[in-house]
Design a protein around this ligand. Structure first.
Ligand code: COA
Ligand code: AMP
Length: 686
């Protein structure tokens, strides 16, 4: 390691101190691999398909220098009612729009055209639910029947093009049916993850003002059945906007009482529904809104349009994920997250592939063999999940014994995303699965990978800790605070030069100014990802940390600001701060610090329990908020800014410098002691 690399390495370890040994080992290995290219694995199928072997550089170069030609060609894979007048409308920077003037229907491209083109009897959806002991397959023909009839149900309930429909659904095929039915009508769906509480649902109801909500009677976690309908009712009671109807898919595990005006039973509605044809929509019309955490309690409604989304996702299915029509692709995520939208629903179906809807967990349903059973049973060729799922499996099956019991010969690639893929996890997966393990970096906003090893174009050497290079269409750069480019190896803000490729966010729902302020203002001419990292000499991207207060818990993006807003409402709390601390399994876990109001005599144990209950009730179990520390004071700068970063470093045993602007340095030892009391901050500095 030369001096430059050594300082980089130190910086790296300051982010991930617990992985020091493994990281050192894997960095050495990956450097060696990068040099001699021995790790360059070839995809035998690529040549058969005439795909561009050894062509990443060429494809990438064209995607940046001839954007319109590149995406114009990709657009030919989509059936248009009317082709675009202009591939890229760049007349109004920094707002760019793809395929202006084009008219299409996303649902037609994902369903109808496969039925028309000989895939009617192919399985479109495999539903595998170990939590209910259910397996079911839906062909493209059956999917078309269900989607067109459910579109009829929505239309009969007053939903027309441009209306919003909120879906609060578990992992069942009907969730996909409802999403596609919205797309069929040109209605805009907004799926809310089932782990969010009524209050979060209410915030989204108020923001996107849906005409109708579609839900199921319950969701199923391994340890409990969660009744959804009472949660939806509570959310509607809390919100100022009142949807006209709630359509409920009844599940036998807990049926819902449908006793409110506007309540409808999915099955009864379907029985009397007329199938609805696809409604032509503009390429630039919104397809969906997906809310994601911002730095405050008000989530950001990321908007995706129809044309760019269909083009980019269809293209990515082969170029990045190496999946052909008719093959089985599995993304073990949830339809409530962006990975679920893109790679459980839209991309595989646009490609005419088979997608798997999995209702279960990587471990405990029933054990750490579930993933391997599914891959072998359905002959999955490409599998996509979050590193945290692999950490859970590895914890339960460190020697990979379950893996050896299954025939996984169909599997060509494992893709990981949603959080930083730690080298130890990648290495373990690679060793036991014996296929390339590809980390890809993306965000709810981007809709697909910003950086990835494009399996279907050319498999580049893997460097552990890096999601490889920018995907075609993405001009990734690293800038310092003043917007100057940083040299290779230096950490700065990861930004993407505008225009972004198709399929990325086009705005925030009802908040164009927030969109411009959040993403396009700090670095004019660039999209600010909110991630910090660096590019190495080979242009490999390294994503190291967020530059804001967003944390990533088990691959789920959460706002510490939103949690602080909840804690601040506890009657005994004077002030508070929430940070994300390192966690072996989930990557990060939230930890709250609270200062109590004068005169409060309630015991800290009771306060801690109440805080955990409050966050669970207000945000939901997905926040995984369990730990609170009661402290006398919070460390702040002289201007009153809470030193969250310093507290996080103390909790994680990282080196930290006494901030020059600290108001009272004496508070840091108090924080250290409070953390020691709960088993953190075991290493004192200095
Ligand atoms: N509905 C209701 N509750 C939900 C839920 C849902 N859809 N999803 C999660 N929850 C609950 C869990 O039951 C848990 O509740 P608990 O506190 O009562 O135990 C809580 O939310 C936290 O969930 P999670 O952080 O997922 O922890 P877990 O212990 O249940 O599972 C993993 C841990 C690692 C197995 C799991 O997080 C996982 O599989 N992660 C992969 C993530 C992923 O696919 N992300 C998408 C990006 S690619
Ligand atoms: P989400 O919007 O929920 O998909 O979360 C996006 C954030 O997750 C990114 O901004 C990153 O901070 C993190 N993330 C996602 N994928 C990766 C990855 N492959 N490597 C590092 N961080 C990632």
């Amino acid at each position: 390691m030369n001096l430059h690399k050594a300082s980089l390495f130190r910086l790296f370890l300051s982010f991930f101190p617990r992985h020091a040994h493994t990281v050192l080992h894997t960095l050495r290995r990956s450097t060696a691999r990068g040099r001699d290219n021995t790790h360059r694995l070839r995809n035998p199928n690529a040549t058969d398909r005439g795909l561009n072997m050894g062509k990443y550089d060429e494809v990438y170069h064209r995607s940046i220098t001839d954007k319109e030609g590149f995406w114009g060609d990709a657009a030919r894979q989509i059936d248009w009612i009317k082709p675009a007048d202009k591939v890229l409308d760049d007349s109004n920077p920094p707002i760019y729009r793809w395929f202006r003037g084009g008219v299409l229907n996303t649902c037609y491209n994902a369903v109808d055209r496969h039925v028309e083109n000989g895939r009617a009897d192919q399985t479109a959806i495999i539903y595998d639910s170990p939590v209910t002991n259910t397996k079911r397959q839906v062909t493209y023909r059956e999917l078309l029947d269900q989607v067109s009839r459910f579109a009829g149900v929505l239309a009969a309930n007053g939903v027309t093009k441009g209306d919003r429909v909120i879906l609060y659904m578990p992992m069942i095929p009907e969730s996909l049916v409802a999403m596609l039915a919205c797309a069929r009508l040109g209605a805009i769906h907004s799926v809310v993850f089932g782990g969010f509480a009524a209050n979060e649902l209410a915030t989204r109801i108020n923001d996107c003002t849906p005409r109708v909500i579609v839900t199921a009677s319950c969701g199923i976690e391994p340890n409990r059945v969660i009744a959804y309908k009472p949660m939806v009712d509570e959310a509607i009671d809390l919100s100022t906007h009142k949807p006209e109807g709630v359509i409920v898919f009844q599940r036998p595990q807990a049926t819902a009482t449908l006793d409110r005006p506007g309540d409808r039973d999915w099955m009864e509605e379907m029985a009397k529904a007329e199938p609805h044809a696809c409604v032509p929509v503009e390429a630039t019309d919104p397809l969906y809104i997906l809310y994601t955490s911002g730095t405050t309690g008000q989530p950001k409604g990321v908007m995706r349009d129809n044309g760019g989304h269909a083009v980019a996702l269809k293209w990515s299915m082969q170029a990045i994920y190496d999946v052909n029509p008719g093959e089985v692709f599995w993304s073990a995520s949830d339809v409530g997250w962006v990975v679920g939208h893109s790679y459980i629903v839209y991309a595989p179906l646009l490609q005419g592939a088979t997608t798997i809807v999995f209702e279960g967990k990587p471990v405990g349903t029933p054990d750490a063999s579930t993933f391997w059973r599914i891959i072998s049973e359905y002959k999955v060729v490409s599998f996509f999940t979050a590193p945290t799922a692999f950490r859970a499996i590895r914890r339960d099956d460190p020697e990979g014994e379950f893996i050896r019991k299954y025939d996984l010969s169909s599997l060509r690639t494992l893709f990981l995303a949603g959080e930083r893929a730690d080298p130890a996890t990648i290495q373990w997966a690679e060793e036991h699965l014996k296929v390339p393990v590809i980390d890809n970096w993306w965000q709810t906003e981007t809709g697909w990978a910003i950086a990835a090893n494009c399996r279907g174009i050319e498999l580049l050497p893997v460097k552990f800790g890096s999601p490889t290079r920018a995907a075609p269409g993405w001009d990734v750069q690293v800038l310092d605070e003043d917007g100057h480019p940083m040299e290779a190896g230096k950490i700065g803000s990861l930004v993407c030069k505008l225009p972004l490729p198709p399929g990325t966010l086009v705005s925030l729902w009802n908040a164009e100014k927030r969109y411009v302020d959040s993403y396009l203002t700090d670095f004019p001419g660039y999209y600010k990802t909110g991630d910090a990292g660096f590019l190495d000499d080979d242009h490999y991207v390294y994503v190291m940390t967020r530059t804001d207060d967003i944390i990533n818990v088990a691959g789920h993006r959460l706002s510490t600001g939103a949690m602080e807003e909840v804690l601040a409402n506890h009657p005994a709390v004077a002030e508070c701060a929430v940070i994300g601390i390192a966690d072996e399994l989930k990557g990060q876990m939230p930890l709250g610090f609270v200062v109590l109001k004068a005169g409060i005599t309630t015991s800290p144990e009771v306060i801690e329990k109440e805080c955990a209950a409050l966050v669970r009730e207000q945000i939901g179990p997905v926040a995984a908020y369990k730990q609170t520390v009661v402290v006398q004071r919070l460390p702040k700068t002289r201007s009153g800014k809470i030193l969250r970063g310093t507290m996080q470093k103390i909790a994680d045993n990282e080196e930290y410098k006494m901030p020059a602007t600290i108001d009272d340095p004496g508070i840091l030892p108090e924080i250290q002691e409070a953390l020691e009391d709960i088993g953190l901050a075991t290493r004192r500095q200095g």
